[in-house]
Structure formats: C-alpha cells, structure tokens
Design a binder for this molecule. Sequence first.
Ligand SMILES: Nc1ncnc2c1ncn2[C@@H]1O[C@H](COP(=O)(O)OP(=O)(O)OP(=O)(O)O)[C@@H](O)[C@H]1O
Length: 409
Amino acid sequence: MYLSVIKVSVPVAEVVGVEEGRVEILPRKSVEDTDKDFTVFYVKRSSSGSSYGLLWRLGRIQFSCPSRVLRDQWTKHLRTALKTHSPLRPNRLLVFINPFGGKKKGRKIYHSLVAPLFELAGISSHVIVTERANQARDHLLKKDLKGFDGVVCVGGDGMFSEILHGLIGRTQQEAGLSENDPTVALQPCPLHIGIIPAGSTDCVCYATVGVIDPVTSALHIIIGDSQPLDVCSVHQASALMRYSVSLLGYGFYGDVLAESEKHRWMGPLRYDYSGTMVYLSNRSYAGIVQYLPADPLLSSPRDRTPSCLSFCAFPGEWVSVEGRFRCVSLTCMSSSCPKSPLGLSPSAHLADGTGDLILVWDTHPLGFLKFLYRHTSTQDQFDLPFVEVHRMHYIFPLCNNEKKLYIPK
Ligand SMILES: Nc1ncnc2c1ncn2[C@@H]1O[C@H](COP(=O)(O)OP(=O)(O)OP(=O)(O)O)[C@@H](O)[C@H]1O
C-alpha cells in the first residue's frame, strides 16, 4: 500500500482560527469534541475558473496529538502567534446590512457565510440591518464609534458610498475641517471599510478584491488586508455634493445610472434595461471639460501597468476641450465588474491621486455601440477615432443646461 503525503504550508498571517476537536465551519458548523485533536483553519486559494488565486476558500487541516496536554499547548501557542504576527486583524466590527440591495440576499449572505467566519476568527460584531436609505451614513456621522476597528458594508456600491460619506464626514467633523472647501486637505479615516458584496454590480468590491464572493471578502477582512483608494470629491458653488471612488458620468452613463434608479424594482436587470433605452434615444450632449493632466511620464491610462499605491502630484497646465459628446466619464478605479471584466479604464490606478477622464465624442450610433460592446470583451475600447482617454488630477466639467453631471448616490 502507498500512502501519499500532502504537505501544506500556511503563513501564520493567513491562519483564520484554531479550534479544539474535529471541527467543520462551512457550510454548517459541526464539532466532534475529541481530546487529542485540533483543527486549523486557513486561507486557501481556489484554482477554479479564470480567477485563479483570487477566489479564497476556508481551508481546514486536522491534527492529532499523543496527549490532551500537548494538544492544549499547540492550540494555545497558535492563538498567541496569531495575535503577535497579525496586529492589523480587527477585533470588533460594526456591520451594516442593506436587506434590499441586489437580489435582497444581504441578511442571508451575512448570517450563513460571513458571521460563522468572523466567529471562528474571534471577531465580535455589532450588526445593524438598515431600515431606510442613509441610516448607515447618519449612524457613522453621529453615534459613538469607540471600540470598533472597522466598518463592514453588506450591500452594493450605493451602500458602500453611504458608509464612505459617513466615515469621511465624521473624520473631518472631528478634525474641525470643512468638507465644503475643495482646497482643504482632508484627514484620512482611521477606520477601514470592508465590503461583503450583496448588491447589483458590486463594482468597488470587484475592482479591489478581483472577485465578487462573500467568503473571499470575509477572509480578506479577517486577516486584516487593506487597499487604499483614491476618493474624488465633487463640489458645486462652494458646497460638497458627493464623494466618489468609481464612475462620475455625464451623457450616456450618467443617463443610464439616473434612469436605472427609476427601475430599482427590476433588481440587477435595471442596468441592462436602462442601458438599452438610453442607447436607443441616440443622444449626444454639449459641454466644456477642463482638466489638469497627470504627468504622462509617470503613468498613462494606456500603459497596461498594474495599480500603484503611491501618491504622485504633477503641477501641469490646464487643458480645455469643448464640443458634443456621447459621454464624458471620470473614474478613479478600473470600475471593472462581471459585465465588464476589464472595466471602463482597465489600467486605472487605485490609489495614486489620479483619475482617468474618458471623452467619447459624438459619433454615429453603430460606432458608439462598438465602443460599448468592447467593454464586455478584452478589445481596446480606447482604440477608436472618436475616443480619448487622459489621466488627470482635477476636472471642471461645465455642462450645459441639457444635462447635469450624474453623481451616483
Ligand atoms: N433599508 C433600506 N431601505 C431602502 N434603501 C436602503 C436601505 N438601506 C440602504 N438603502 C439604500 O439602497 C441603495 C442601494 O443599495 P445597494 O448599493 O446595497 O444595492 P444595489 O443598488 O442593488 O447595488 P449596486 O449599488 O452595486 O448597483 C443605497 O443607495 C442605500 O442608500
């Protein structure tokens, strides 16, 4: 008889938890309370599908010791090692669940897939299921947040945006800074935001984690992973309108997002429906766009580089363009999602202080359809004569009265 030995090596930083006995956590918890055994749970990279290594699962290895005393020593030392080697792991989290996001499965996703993992990792969580829009934002602006290491959002991009506004606003309030002044240097938020995807597009989750999968996101939160993000602020007449990390759109995308809000009852399908309706209306929009370009020697939207994490400022000259556009879009990240795997701007950086400005000049409907269609494949959507893309630091979109810049909620 041959015995095959499988060697598994796991960095301590990726151990999720240690339990006495023979224990199973997902899909259901089961415990066989034996004296000499213990189970180690860890982050296991899944090899399924195209997202190799991005999809994370809960790995599990059982160990048997010659005695209970030795078993207890092992579990004690492993738990201590987890504390000392992973100081960035959260201990206490504030969780907001939007029960109406996406396919309305937020509560189920959290309680069946995420809560058991948090419990295994020794994380205590205070869960709030929202009863109205902006409840999470208001809570973060006004309530006591002492003792929390982070905020978890169970929902989609709209819910993430609420939490972003709440945390940025609270941090500036406490620092005595005015968010209405576009020249003020805002304070970074001390609390991290974790996203458990349960929305319709989950674009922020996809662009930062690489997959839309609640278990993967929960494991990233547990081991204290973090990813800085550029946040763009939009001001009008000396007042803050919104913060955004993904798409700000004038023209086609702006209209699709605005239209889709009217058909929320359709769930995720509302984007396909609204996209078709707005495309069929075949509109173009007049406007003037002024922007401050980023240094092209440092990075460009077409250099196909992976995202960088450093801030790079460039004191360049303002550029102004005017005419009729199909759409003017600004994105601070690739804005990729399952419908558009490479996103609006595939080489956009997540945290370098720049955004990508995409100008699509007025063109015939079939040309525009070609541009839209290329977002669903790996074809270069910028390689069309009526499309321009620029990496920039600041923008002044001066739209005419026809349409306003659409800023997602
Ligand atoms: N209890 C609630 N009732 C109604 N609206 C809510 C509630 N809680 C949150 N919201 C609002 O619902 C909006 C949409 O939520 P969410 O982003 O979670 O789902 P989605 O719109 O389906 O997904 P995506 O934004 O990814 O397309 C958010 O703007 C949020 O402010």
